[in-house]
Design a binder for this molecule. Sequence first.
Ligand code: G3I
Length: 305
Amino acid sequence: ATTLGASAAERGRYFGVAIAGGRLSDTQYTTIANREFNMVTAENEMKLDATEPNQNQFSFSSGDRIVNWAISNGKQVRGHTLAWHSQQPGWMQNMSGTALRNAMLNHVTRVATYYRGKIHSWDVVNEAFADGSSGARRDSNLQRTGNDWIEAAFRAARAADPGAKLCYNDYNTDNWSHAKTQAVYRMVQDFKQRGVPIDCVGFQAHFNSGNPVPNNYHTTLQNFADLGVDVQITELDIEGSGSSQAEQYRGIVQACLAVTRCNGITVWGVRDSDSWRASGTPLLFNGSGQKKAAYDAVLAALNSG
Ligand code: G3I
């Protein structure tokens, strides 16, 4: 096929994009997004600070704008994200203990209930593990409510929206030999053994020269899939340019296609100029909306084999 979404669909997968609500009035942006992608993630609009700016006062208008754009254009939606240490609203940032635990669970329940039936996959918990070699959980106000906060969030999400796939999502979990990857793997293994409702693991996949695509990427995806979860590449971007960038993108697509349970790939923005790290030109379209070599490599990989 001739677009990313249609080509991925022929391989039984989706190809998604992060959408920023503020850009939906840019017709070059929406033309590309509508043509190329069949899955949408709100870049910021469904996070905690956006959806519950005051405790128990929910605000869905920004998220709805993106969800409605996606659905009216025939696309599915990944929900991002229900529980995270970052982008918490001010009222939550200084909470602790039982009050925070209950506020977190209420948030998960209310947001997942509101969007019930519209979400393909939820990033239920985002970035709960520490970087570096410790393999520990990240210290956060949520973690300090007790080590079981993650499974509590997954159980609340399942109860609220039984039809959505429930994902754990993180970054720097791409290299199989890294402690963070191993720690997330052990958590997912434990959840599957104890019946905690988890369906998928999201690999954010933010790469640059200091954090290149590892040679064992396929091994990582396959090992997680072998635990009995789907794997999804959820926020892909790769800093660089030209053929070097294109070959890294190609490798990611090939790794996903080689893993039966790798359902789909989402890139974290449309054009380089839309990226959270625009100076790294990490995306598939340049600032003028033209296809880059990386785009051609991704499309070719989706269409080969
Ligand atoms: O909307 C306000 C604007 O009103 C204000 O004038 C401006 C001043 O700084 O800030 C604007 O908000 C910014 C928002 O993006 C929208 O552009 C925030 O400051 C900024 O922090 C926020 O950054 C987002 C970041 O998450 C926050 O953690 C990025 O857009 C978004 O791409 C990024 O996405 C994360 C994923 O959620 C999780 N994984 C990593 C990924 C990249 O950091």
